[in-house]
Write a protein that binds this ligand. Structure first.
Ligand SMILES: NC(=O)c1ccc[n+]([C@@H]2O[C@H](COP(=O)([O-])OP(=O)(O)OC[C@H]3O[C@@H](n4cnc5c(N)ncnc54)[C@H](O)[C@@H]3O)[C@@H](O)[C@H]2O)c1
Length: 250
């Protein structure tokens, strides 16, 4: 069986996180030739970079805050110059909002989620469109959440930002379909990571009970991301691929 990403190049944001690092590691097993591991916090990326290099992948690491649009532009431009092109951008960077109802949220709580989750994704799509439209066969994979499709209490900024990512994906898919850029979203259910450190244990237990297949793990999502990044999904764009252990069925 041939590798799905043979010879391709990728940029992964949030690469120090649970999902971002799993995606990068999986891309290496699928033949990725070169990858940029980008995160606001690079501490955890070095060990991953070393492992990928040992597997023959050309790796660059970048300290990137996705809320900085100019820095995102520079990173994509730099990667395209260094590697010849960027075939895939995976927008994984994300944060959760405080566990609170709307009347207890500050404007800053709201703006922080919007700025990282939604504006950060916008910056990534814009950077790729500016640097690579009409030049390549590019796939952008945005990581949203089932919380963008189903309403959660105590999580309004997170839900609204992820719903925004889903719809932004559809608009971007339409705008760039004729210029060689596909844009899709993966909507994960819950897989416990550092993202949930601020959640009370009883909230996590309640969330797990709503997943017919139980909680997932990053490895349960990497196949979906790889499919959307690869040419196997060449006729798929604007889609939100739900990977949630059945969470959104009822
Ligand atoms: N864990 C889940 O249950 C779950 C469910 C649905 C969706 N998601 C989404 O999956 C993505 C990854 O989540 P995870 O569980 O791996 O979380 P994680 O906290 O392990 O990883 C998130 C990464 O994003 C980085 N990051 C945060 N703000 C950033 C910024 N401004 N610029 C650049 N990088 C930044 C963090 O440093 C971290 O490395 C997020 O978008 C999250 O919303 C997660």
């Amino acid at each position: 069986m041939s590798a799905k990403l043979e010879g391709k190049t990728a940029v992964v944001t949030g690469a120090a996180g649970a999902l971002g690092s799993a995606v990068a590691a999986h891309f290496a097993t699928e033949g990725i030739q070169a990858i940029v591991l980008a995160d606001v916090n690079l501490d955890a990326v070095d060990a991953l970079a070393e492992t990928l290099r040992e597997q023959g992948v050309e790796v660059a690491t970048e300290r990137l805050d996705v809320t900085d649009g100019d820095a995102f532009d520079a990173m994509i431009h730099g990667a395209a110059t260094r590697f010849g092109t960027v075939d895939t951008l995976v927008n994984t960077a994300g944060i959760v909002s405080p566990n609170a109802r709307i009347h207890n949220l500050t404007t800053m709580d709201w703006e922080r989620s919007m700025s990282v989750n939604l504006t950060g994704t916008f910056h990534g799509i814009r950077a790729v469109a500016r640097a690579l439209r009409k030049k390549a066969n590019v796939s952008i994979v945005n990581i949203a959440s089932v919380s963008g499709l189903t309403a959660w209490t105590y999580a309004a900024p997170y839900c609204a930002s992820k719903a925004g990512v889903i719809h932004l994906t559809r608009v971007a898919a339409l705008e760039y379909a004729k210029e060689g850029i596909r844009v899709n979203t993966v909507c994960p259910g819950t897989f416990p990571t550092a993202l949930h450190d601020t959640l009370p244990a009883e909230a996590l237990t309640a969330i797990e009970a709503r997943h017919p297949l139980g909680f997932g793990a990053p490895a349960d999502l990497t196949g979906a991301v790889t499919f959307l990044a690869s040419d196997e999904s060449r006729w798929v764009t604007g889609h939100s691929l739900v990977v949630d252990g059945g969470y959104s069925l009822p």
